[in-house]
Design a protein around this ligand. Structure first.
Ligand code: SAM
Length: 216
């Protein structure tokens, strides 16, 4: 990822780590139905709240990885897990474009208001597909833009870090999901359009499955 954008994201979210302001854009975790023994990932795990909720759902036989790039967020999440004595979790510092997990190992991947920040969203979706087991699922809350983001903002690190300038249109988003291999993605929640930064966006929550060999 572009170093300037990574730095802007790290600075912004490290500052926000110690606040309680809401950083979500939908209810991905509420649709995830994690069950005992599952291996889960939260991409852009922030303060670790959703990771800790999933850890309770999957129990001692399961495990949850939180992936985030922000040092402040990772430190906050690790402190929370230690304070609550939760041991079936691990917080990993990584960019979304290179998820440091083996292929075909994850039952459930969630993400909330994070993928829009990624420089190369196609690579992120390819990585989501790679790490999921056949039959594994994702529930993702994110935003899409009503119109293509104007060129002047698209690579502006601060505007990307503010969670809008990295967004893509619904058409491009759907194309990237398909190219990654996710067919029949369901839309679980979709907001009205609302202004964010210099553009208008929509929040949505989507659910998709990695096909099994029987699906082919
Ligand atoms: C809007 S916050 C959402 C945090 C959390 N999912 C929630 O709902 O509260 C976005 C999070 O994604 C992380 N993030 C943004 N871009 C990232 C990237 N390229 N790679 C890894 N993490 C990233 C940020 O550090 C931040 O913690």
């Amino acid at each position: 990822m572009n170093t300037q954008t990574t730095n802007a994201i790290n600075i912004r979210y490290s500052e926000l780590a110690e606040t309680s302001c809401c950083l979500s854009c939908g209810g991905a975790i509420n649709h995830s139905n994690a069950t005992n023994g599952e291996i889960c990932v939260d991409l852009g795990s922030g303060r670790g709240t959703d990771v800790l909720r999933l850890a309770e759902s999957v129990g001692a036989q399961g495990f949850v990885f939180g992936v985030d790039i922000s040092d402040g967020m990772l430190a906050k999440a690790e402190r929370q897990a230690a304070r609550l004595g939760v041991t079936n979790v691990d917080f990993i510092k990584s960019d979304l474009e290179t998820i440091p997990l083996e292929s075909d190992t994850v039952d459930l991947l969630i993400s909330n208001c994070t993928i829009n920040h990624a420089n190369d969203k196609q690579t992120v979706w390819n990585e989501v597909f790679r790490v999921l087991k056949p039959g594994g699922r994702f529930t993702v809350s994110d935003i899409f833009s009503l119109q293509p983001v104007p060129e002047e903002y698209r690579n502006d690190p601060a505007a990307v870090a503010e969670c809008w300038a990295g967004s893509v249109t619904k058409e491009l988003y759907s194309e990237q999901l398909q190219k990654a291999g996710f067919l029949d993605v369901q839309v679980l929640e979709e907001s009205e359009a609302y202004p964010k930064g210099a553009i208008e966006v929509v929040s949505w929550t989507i659910l998709g499955y990695k096909p099994t060999l029987d699906d082919k």
